[in-house]
Structure formats: structure tokens, C-alpha cells
Ligand binder design. Sequence first.
Ligand code: NDP
Length: 330
Amino acid sequence: MGYAAHPERYSRIDYRRCGNSGLVLPAISLGLWHNFGHVDLRSNFEPILYTAFDLGIIHFDLANNYGPPPGSAESNFGAILKDGFVRYRDEMIISTKAGFNMWEGPYGEWGSKKYLVASLDQSLKRMGLDYVDIFYHHRPDPNTDLEESMSTLDLVIRQGKALYAGISNYPPDQAQKAFDILKRLGTPCVIHQPKYSMLERTPENGLLNTLQTNNVGCIAFSPLAQGLLTDKYLKGIPEQSRAARNPSLKPEQITPVLIKKITQLNELAASRGQKLSEMAISWLLRDQRITSVLIGASKVAHVHDAYNAHTRIDFSPEELNSIDAILHAG
Ligand code: NDP
């Protein structure tokens, strides 16, 4: 028998709205950056997707280059859409992005109209979809006029290839310019995807306020700083961990100073009756400006931990102060 989604899935998690738009996301979303490529086993990643969906995590985040090899996360996700997920496409929010390096030459990355249109067409083909729900410009392009990149988002939405426009990795001033252009074009930006975690606080320096002022949703990526905000690295680097397997997290980032902070955060989480992986996600969700926390997972258990986090988003002022004190200590 094929996959049948849990009948209670929509009462299991909270949903938050992006501004006043129709885009409503689960408090936790699942990203397919790592662990869903052709180098990975379907027998491992398929249950992760089903577990998420059963918990009401109906938003799956992809990008043209996710794999490895680039594109293979979209192909694998497309295969599961045709299989176990076949009845559920209209319940899902599926996003993809273009901006980073995808193919050779000047039209294989950044923000030209040619690249963005070609990339989205390729993504749709790989996933076997007529449209994605959100199409993001993945990073600002220092050379292409912002007007060109944003009018391409407007174009693909008018063509019906995407429903909502998003941007990612844009600093507040450039985000504001993008919002203004998209508003004028009649396709408002509904969501921004920044890197945000206890270890990456940059969005607090203006971005979160800019998003609030413009009524734009915020989905925070790498909430566990790729796994650093867990107990995983407290006794060295496990063989199967991202730091051991993937150049996106380098062993030299795991310094004694960082381990000291993580140890203290881990103790604080325990005093709240949580794992650190849970507390790090709860900490993000306590702020109502965060629409969704975008997790990664190499195991089904990781999805459960993130899910548990959404039930404990209360923090006392003392707990918040202790977290800041640990993070700011030398
Ligand atoms: P996280 O910070 O949540 O890191 C996920 C990794 O942490 C897992 O793969 C696993 O790594 C480890 N982990 C997760 N849960 C636990 C747990 N409970 N206990 C121990 N270890 C755990 O997010 P990602 O960095 O994976 O990013 C999430 C998503 O954000 C991506 O898939 C993508 O969709 C998006 N993203 C967007 C970017 C952008 O530029 N817009 C850039 C990067 C990500 P391990 O392999 O060690 O088990």
C-alpha cells in the first residue's frame, strides 16, 4: 500500500501567515539542501518527508542547486511527488530558488532574466510540476539591475509558473528596494529567507524590522547552524555528521570557545526540559515576526525534535538573558 497522510496532521502544528497574503506556513518547514540528493539513499530521505507531512509540515523548500549533484534534490522530490505524495500536491507549499551557481557561463548564476527564467523552467521539469508555490531570488546580484531580477519574478508569476515571490540573503536596504519594485509591479514580495539562529543574529540588525514594516514574512534558514546547535559535536565530530561529510560545515569552525558555549546552552536547554536542538528552534519561534523555521534533517528523529520545539516557545526574561550572556561571552 502507498503512503496515506496522517488524518490529524492539520491539528498537530501551528500555521503562521506571511503578512496579509494568502501564504500560510507551518511553524516548521523542511528544506532539502542536504541529504536528498542522488548521493543519498531514498530509503533514508523518503520517510523524513512523510514524517514531516504527517506532522503538518506541509512546506518543502528546494533550490535549483540542491543535491549533490545539483538538481538531484528536485529530481528526487519530483519522484516522490509522483509516488507517495501524488494525492497531496495541492496541500503543499513547494518552493525553489535561483541565484547561486548552477551551470557554466554567465547565464548559469546570479540574477539575469535569462538565468532566472531558464532555471525555473528546469526546476519545474525536474520536479514534474506546472508551477511552484514560491520562487525566490536566492541572493542579490551586484551587477544586474535589481529592476531586471524583480521584474522577472513578476513575469514568472504572471505566466503562472510560480504563485508567490520571495527573496533570500538580501540585506535590509536591498530588500527594501526589492519590495518597492515588486509592489509597483503589482506582485508584492511575500517572504524573505535569511540565515538566522542563536549563532547568526544579523537579521536583528534591521532586517526583521524591515520585514515587519513591509508586511513580509520571514522564514529562518539553518536554525541549528547546520547542526552546531545540538549536542552532536560536544564529544568530537561524529563520522556521519555534516561537519565530517560536507564542506558547508568545516571542522575548523568547531572551536573550543564554541564548544564551551554550546555546552552551556545545552545545560540551559536541559533546565527547560528540552534538548538544545529543540530550544534553538523554540527560541526563534518565540518571535512572532518569524513565520516559519526552515530545518534540515538527516534522520526522521530530527523532524520530531524540531516539531517538539514548536510546543515550547515560552521563555522567561532570565532564560533569554542567560542565552545572550552565553552567546556574548568571549
Ligand atoms: P539546520 O541548521 O537545521 O541543520 C540541519 C542539520 O543539523 C541536519 O542535516 C543534521 O545534520 C543536524 N540536525 C538536525 N536536527 C538535529 C538534531 N535534532 N540532533 C542532532 N543533529 C541535528 O538547517 P540546514 O543548514 O540544513 O538548512 C535548512 C534548510 O534551509 C535547507 O535545507 C534549505 O532549504 C535552507 N537553506 C537556505 C539557504 C539560502 O541561501 N536561502 C542556505 C542554506 C539552507 P547531520 O548531517 O550532521 O545529521
